[in-house]
Design a protein around this ligand. Structure first.
Ligand code: GDP
Length: 191
């Protein structure tokens, strides 16, 4: 699928900095620490590829990666930092809104949900933003190896309930573990 090089392109802080819209894009969103970098690394088969997005100063940027010759993987800043200053949060929300509403090559968003925690209110807010931007999104459960099967089923039910309230949500939930490699081929196929 990702035939060709996978590499970090750039971090973007304003719409004017976006690369030319010449590739299909999918973006990844999730609360800080949800396992987004690990998932992008597992997906691309490149160790530490997405670490750039976790270095201080990069966390508020939209990070672009090539995935082969045809795709961009877009790593959106992790949200839900309890102690981020309000102006920072507002600036990021503005950029996110502009990006989701204005990026024509964006085909799907993946909203990452920690298998231990389920959908939190900040996740719900992002989903509402995706609804209003009419960007189809799909939930990806992360760190599935950290919970027992019964807990996972409970969380899956909670996520299903949350998704049912969002018209832009795709019903199928992808269960993953970057550590174990679970669900990674499925996610690749979906992309
Ligand atoms: P990000 O902030 O969303 O980019 O999250 P990271 O990818 O940096 O992961 C946050 C923490 O969760 C790190 O300590 C990872 O090692 C751990 N982690 C990520 N994915 C998995 C997983 O699939 N299984 C387990 N057990 N730990 C994971």
């Amino acid at each position: 699928l990702f035939a060709g090089p996978t590499e970090f392109v750039k971090g973007v802080v304003a719409m004017s900095g976006l690369p030319d819209a010449e590739r299909i894009e999918v973006c990844f969103a999730g609360r800080s620490n949800v396992g987004k970098s690990s998932l992008i690394n597992a997906l691309t088969g490149m160790k530490a590829l997405a670490r750039a997005s976790n270095t201080p100063g990069r966390t508020q940027e939209i990070n672009y990666f090539t995935a082969g010759d045809d795709f961009y993987l877009v790593d959106l800043p992790g949200y839900g930092y309890a102690n981020a200053p309000l102006p920072v949060v507002e600036k990021w929300q503005r950029l996110l809104k502009q990006f989701l509403q204005g990026r024509q090559t964006l085909r799907r968003a993946f909203v990452l949900i920690d298998a231990r925690h389920g959908v939190k209110s900040v996740d719900d807010e992002i989903m509402s933003l995706l609804d209003s931007a009419a960007v189809t999104f799909q939930a990806v459960l992360t760190k599935a190896d950290k919970v027992k099967e019964v807990e996972r089923e409970e969380i899956l039910n909670q996520v299903r309930g949350a998704l049912s309230k969002h018209p832009a949500a795709y019903p199928e939930i992808i269960v993953t573990s970057s550590e174990k490699g679970w669900g990674i081929p499925t996610l690749r196929t979906v992309i």
